[in-house]
Structure formats: C-alpha cells, structure tokens
Design a protein. Structure first.
Length: 758
C-alpha cells in the first residue's frame, strides 16, 4: 500500500474495494464465514422490504392508496359522522333547556322589577322632603353666620380697646427712667471727649520722636549694606581675575590639541587591526606564490618577459610561461591559480584600506600614531583638570554675580545719599563695624520709642472706644425715648378710633348681650333643621334611588335577553325536531365501530410486517457486524494508540462492499466525513494498517506500507501519538516506510533513517 502525499485524509473505502476479494476471503477465514447470509435469506428480506414499501413511506407514514390508508379514511369519516350526530342531538337538548330557562327568567325579573319600582317611588318622595329641608338649612345657616359675625366683631373690638389701654399704661411707666438715663449719658460723654483730646496730643508727640529715631536707624542700616556690597564686589573682582587666567591656560591646551592629528583610541585600534590584516594577507600571498631559481642552463631561460641568468631567483605571483631555449615551454600557475589570485586581491584590498585609513588619520606609521595618541591623552587630561578647576570656581557665574553686586552697590550708594538728606546731622561711619554698632544702638532706641508710642496709641484707643460706647448708648437711649413717644401717640390715636364706633361706655354692655342672644337663637334653629335632615339619611336615599333605577334597567335587559333566547330555542325546536336525533346517533355509532374494527385488523397486520422487516434487518446487521468485527477490532487497536483506550471504530459490509467507516470516542460517534482534516488522516492510516495486517497472511506474514507525507495536518502532539500507532504496526509484522521533509518529527520512532538527496 502506498499513501500518496495529499491523499492521506481520503476515504479508505476505495482502497478497500481494490482489495475486496482478498479482504473478504481473509475475513471469512477469521470466523466470519458462518455469518454469511444465503440466497433464501436475501429473498425473504426483499419480500419483507417490498411489503413494507407497499404500506409505508420512507418516513414511516402510511402510504396513500393502500388498504390500510383506505380503512383509516373510512374510520375517520365514520367518526366525523358520529361527531355530527352527537352535535345535532346535543343541540336539540340544549334548545329545549334554553326555552324553559328563558320563560322562568322572564317571570322572575318581571316580579322583581315591580317591587323595585314601588321602592323607587317611596325613595323619590323622601328625597323631595330632603331638598326642602336643605333649602331651609341654607337660609338658617346664613342667618347664624351673620349673627356670629356681628357678635364676634363686638367682642373683638372690646378686646382691642382693653389691650390698647393696657399697652398705653405700660409705655408711660417705661418712659420715665429712660429720660433720666439719657441725661446721665450726655454728661459722661462730655468728660470722655476731653480725655480723648489729651491722649491724641500725647500720641502725636511719641510718633514724631519715633520717626526721627527710625530714620537714623534706617540710614545706619543702609551704610551697613553699602559697606557689605563694597567688600563683596572687591572679592568677586579678584575671582574674576583668577577665572580669566584659567581660561587662558585652557585656550592654550585647546590650541595644542587642535595642532595634532585626530588620533583617538578607536582610530589607533583601527590602524592596528588594518596593519595586522595586511601582514596576514602578505604572509598568505608569500606562502601561495611560487619561487624559481636558475642554477645552471646552457639555453636562455625566460619567465614571461623576464630573462633569468644563472643563479638568479624569481617569484611568480600569477600564471606565467617559463621557456628554456626553443625546445621547452612550461606554464606555471602558483597555488593552483585561483588561490593565489584571491590572496593577491585580499592583500591589495588590505593595503588600500590601510593607506586610506593612515591618510585619513594624517600619520604615516603606527608608531607615529601611538606617539600622537599619547600626547593627545596628556593634553586632554590637562584640559579636564583645568575644566574641573573652572567649575569649582563657578566661572560661568562670577561675571553675572559681579554685575549683580555692582548693581546692588550702586543702589546702596543712592539709598545712603537719599537718606542723608533726611538726616543731615548723621555722621558717616569710618568702618563696617562702626556702622553695625550704630545700627544696633539706633534699633534699641527705636524699640524704646516704639513701645512708648504703642502705649500712647493704646491709651488713645481705649479712650476713643469708651467715647464711642457712651455715644452709642446715648444714641440708643435717645432713639428708644423717641420711639416710645411715637408709639404712645400712635396707640392713643388707635384707641380713639376703636372707641368711636362703640358709642358711650354705658351702652356697650347692652349691645353685647343683645348680639349674643341673636347668635344663640339662630344656632338653635339651624341645629333643629340639621337633626331633621340627618334622620332622613339623604346620602342613603340618593344611593337607593340609583340602586333601584339600576336594578330596573338590569331586569329589563335580562327580560329582553331571555326573550331572544326563547325565540332562538323555539326556532331550533321547530326546524330541527322533524328527525329522531337519538336513532341517527345510534346508527352512526354502529357504522363507526365496524369501520374501526376493520382498520385495527389491517393496522395489526401492517405493524406485524414492519416488525418482521426490522427484526430480520437487525439480524442481518448483527451478521454483518460479526463478519466485519475482525477488521473493526484491528482498526480500533490502532486508533487507541492515538486517541486513547476509549476510541473504537466500526465498518459495514453490505453485499460484499466494505465501507461506511465511523469512529466513536467519549460516547459520541462520528462519520468519517465529519472528522477534522488531521483526524481523517489518522483514521484512514489506521484502516490501511489494519487491511495490510489482514492481507499480510497471504504474503508470508508481512507487507510494506508507504506513507508519503500522509500526516500533514497532524500537530506535534498528535505526531507523537502516531509514533505508537506506527510502532504497533511494525510489531505486528508490517514494514513501515515513511517519506517526510521533516525527519526530526519522527526521531522518537526509533527507526532506521535514510536521507535521499537530488
């Protein structure tokens, strides 16, 4: 068997068909011969199949036109006739019941409607009385409310007059001590204002003295800053000179570096490498070249165009012709020709790169380059030392700091000049120390005057605050007295306005008593009417009227509905009562029972035929499984090497045709064409190995199987499982030949490897 590349996943049934006779023969020998069915078996199975085809469709339904279908249709027609007869019988019975029920309903609702009409007339009469009482209640309510309002106005006016009289008395009593307190506050305010004027004068004197001492202190402070700025500027001038000297030395070192060729460590290393490469190339060239020496010659010896004398040596670096006289000519190729040319080209390239590099570095020898490198390193080291020294002296900041110091110095000189004009008696200090001493003395004196001024200011503030408090108290007292006086005038005017409508004081109580009695009489009449109205329960009467009207309407609707029901029932009894429905129903039931019995008989026979067909087919399938079991078991054994011990395979052998391969795993069965590409390759491989193992008995127990890259869809993990399957085949006597472009995938197979090269 040869599994070609790209065909490893094809259905193996075609390959089984090619070996059909041999496979069937071997399967009979392995125990399947007794399971082969006879010609009679086939005829019996065909007869059962034909009988079933005449009765049933492929989906198992009863076939149209068959005796069973006709019996079924007659049975269904008879059942429909029974149903219609039952409906007609039930319709007449229902119409008779509806007629009797409608007459009873009409009589009952007419009686109830008469009772409701009598109750409705009584309720409407009571509602008329309620309406009259409500009209009377509304009139009495308005009379009561008017009497209550008049009485309430009288009571409210009397209460307001009494309240105003009381408030006037209280206000007059409160105004007396307030007037006395206002006079006392005026006298106290006059005394405190005189004390405030004295404190103001003392504060002005203290602040003037403080200002004079502060000006002298600030001038001394300005002199201190001026002298400090002068010292700082002088120090920065000195540092500037040192920085300029260092920069001049750095410029000298930079000039020396600029005068030297640019040879650093990288350039020097490159020159060393090129020198070594050229030496190696020259050595190779010398080793490859050919040297000849003329020891003695009677004829003229000539190498190329050069004539060689006795004892003369000549080096041949390229192919040349050596001639001796006119009778001898030799072609000499040093180093085989090609090696010498490569060595010479390499040497020339190395020499060209060396000369170019030395010219770029502006040196002639490696020694000269080393000396220049040493000088440059010394100068660069010195340059770094000077740069570090400049960094330590803050060279970049000295000039900016010096300019800033000069600006501050000019500002300090201007400030001293300006302050001297304000303090002409101040003497210039001779030194910074004297200026500091005088500044400290003035600071102490300034603090003393500042404390005195603070005390004067605090005293003035206290006196001012006391004046403000007295003024505020006097203003409040005055304002309160004025407000009380305005309030008294307002209350007296309100009292006069309230008393005028009430008349003289002796008539007020009589009017009050009369209004109270009118209110009580109106209230008694209103309460009597309301009690009479409540006894009639107006809300209940209105609900009764609505309920009774609704009951009468419902009775009318029910009577009308019952009349319609009676008319329909009467019509049915008149039109459908000419035939005996009970006799028609019994006839239909007898016919339906006869047709049902005929259908049951035919149905039992059809099911019996189908049962025989199914059981005979099951026996045939079992025989087929017994015949194909040896092949399926061998395929399963190979599949278990790849998919695990739960994997099994099945195959059918029908009429000598081997096919319908399936694989089951984890309780699920898959047809061959439903498997993935990799799984189809592995199942097809297992089938081919199993067929080869069965056929091997006809070839001394062994057969070769060639797999030409047949597992292209298998991942690395599955390839390792294939090793076990292929090894099992080899252990069963098969010769396995694997052709692959990736032999490393099968290194763990432990097989002999043969490499094929074009």
């Amino acid at each position: 068997m040869w599994v070609w590349q790209g065909q490893g996943g094809e259905d193996p049934s075609e390959h089984a068909a090619e070996q059909r006779d041999a496979l069937l023969s071997r399967l009979k020998d392995e125990g399947g011969g007794a399971a082969m069915q006879s010609e009679l078996d086939s005829r019996v199975a065909g007869r059962f199949e034909d009988e079933c085809d005449a009765l049933f469709t492929r989906t198992g339904q009863v076939k149209a036109g068959s005796d069973l279908r006709r019996a079924q249709e007659r049975k269904e027609a008879a059942e429909e006739e029974v149903r219609r007869a039952e409906e007609a019988f039930a319709k007449l019975e229902h119409a008779l019941r509806d007629f009797a029920q409608a007459e009873s309903t009409i009589a009952s609702h007419r009686e109830k409607s008469a009772e409701s009409a009598a109750e409705l007339e009584s309720a409407r009469a009571k509602l008329k009385t309620v309406s009259e009482l409500r009209h009377r209640e509304e009139i009495q309510r308005r009379v009561f409310e008017e009497a209550t309002a008049r009485h309430g106005q009288m009571e409210s006016a009397l209460e307001q007059v009494a309240a105003l009289q009381k408030e006037i008395r209280q206000l007059e009593e409160r105004m007396k001590p307030a007037t006395e307190k206002a006079g006392q506050l005026e006298a106290s305010l006059k005394e405190k204002r005189a004390a405030f004027d004295e404190a103001e004068k003392a504060l002005e004197k203290a602040e003037q003295a403080q200002t004079e001492v502060r000006d002298s202190c600030e001038l001394a402070n300005a002199w201190v800053r001026l002298l400090q700025e002068r010292e700082e500027a002088a120090g920065l001038e000195k540092r500037k000179g040192e920085v300029e000297a260092l920069r001049a030395r750095c410029e000298k070192v930079d000039a020396d570096l600029a005068s030297l060729p640019t040879v650093d460590a990288d350039v020097y290393g490159k020159l060393q490498r090129l020198e070594g490469q050229l030496s190696e190339a020259d050595a190779v060239l010398r080793a490859t070249s050919t040297g000849i020496e003329v020891i003695r010659s009677a004829a003229e010896v000539k190498a190329g165009d050069v004539i060689l004398a006795d004892g003369e040596e000549h080096v041949i670096e390229q192919e040349e012709f050596l001639t001796v006289g006119e009778s001898l000519e030799i072609r000499i190729s040093p180093g085989g020709g090609t090696g010498l040319a490569d060595a010479k080209r390499t040497a020339n390239e190395c020499r060209s790169r060396k000369e170019e590099a030395f010219a770029s570095a502006e040196v002639e020898t490696l020694k000269e380059a080393g000396e220049i490198l040493g000088k440059r390193q010394q100068l660069e080291s010195r340059r770094r030392e000077l740069a570090a020294e400049l960094t330590g002296k803050d060279a970049d900041e000295v000039e900016s700091r010096l300019g800033e110091a000069k600006r501050r110095l000019a500002a300090s000189e201007a400030e001293v000049k300006r302050r001297c004009e304000r303090s002409p008696a101040f003497e210039d200090p001779a030194s910074l120390a004297e200026a500091c001493e005088r500044m400290e003395a003035f600071q102490a004196e300034t603090e003393s005057f500042q404390a005195k001024a603070g005390e004067a200011k605090a005293h003035r503030l206290a006196v001012s605050e006391s004046c403000k408090q007295t003024e505020a108290a006097l203003a409040r007292a005055t304002e309160s007295a004025q407000a009380d006086e305005r309030r008294l005038i307002e209350l007296q005017a309100q009292l006069r306005a309230k008393e005028e409508p009430l008349g003289a004081s002796e008539d007020r109580e009589k009017n009050r008593t009369r209004l109270r009695e009118e209110k009580q009489q109106a209230e008694a009449a209103l309460n009597a009417t309301r009690q009479e109205l409540e006894s009639l329960q107006p809300d209940t009467l209105e609900a009764d009227v609505r309920r009774l009207e609704r009951a009468i309407d419902v009775a009318k609707q029910e009577i009308e509905k019952a009349g319609q029901q009676k008319a329909v029932a009467s019509n049915i009894l008149t039109t459908d009562g000419s035939v005996d429905p009970a006799a028609a129903l019994e006839t239909a039931r007898a016919r339906a029972e006869s047709d049902a019995e005929r259908h049951r008989s035919l149905e039992r026979r059809a099911e019996a035929i189908r049962l025989l067909r199914d059981r005979f087919a099951a026996e045939q399938q079992e025989l087929s499984d017994r015949f194909s079991r040896p092949l399926a078991e061998k395929v399963s054994a190979y599949l278990q090497q790849v998919f695990g011990p739960v994997a099994t395979a099945s195959v059918s052998v029908e009429d000598g045709v081997i096919g319908r391969w399936r694989m089951a795993r984890d309780g699920t069965e898959f047809a061959f064409d439903k498997l993935s590409g990799g799984a189809r390759e592995q199942v097809a491989g297992a089938v081919r190995l199993a067929m080869a193992e069965i056929l091997a008995n006809d070839f001394d127990g062994t057969l070769p199987v060639v797999f030409d890259d047949a597992f292209t869809n298998a991942d690395p993990e599955r390839v390792r499982s294939l090793h076990r399957m292929l090894d099992l085949a080899a252990r069963h006597g098969l010769q396995i030949i694997l052709l692959t472009c990736n032999p490393s995938d099968y290194a763990a197979l432990g097989a002999h490897t043969v490499s094929l090269q074009a």
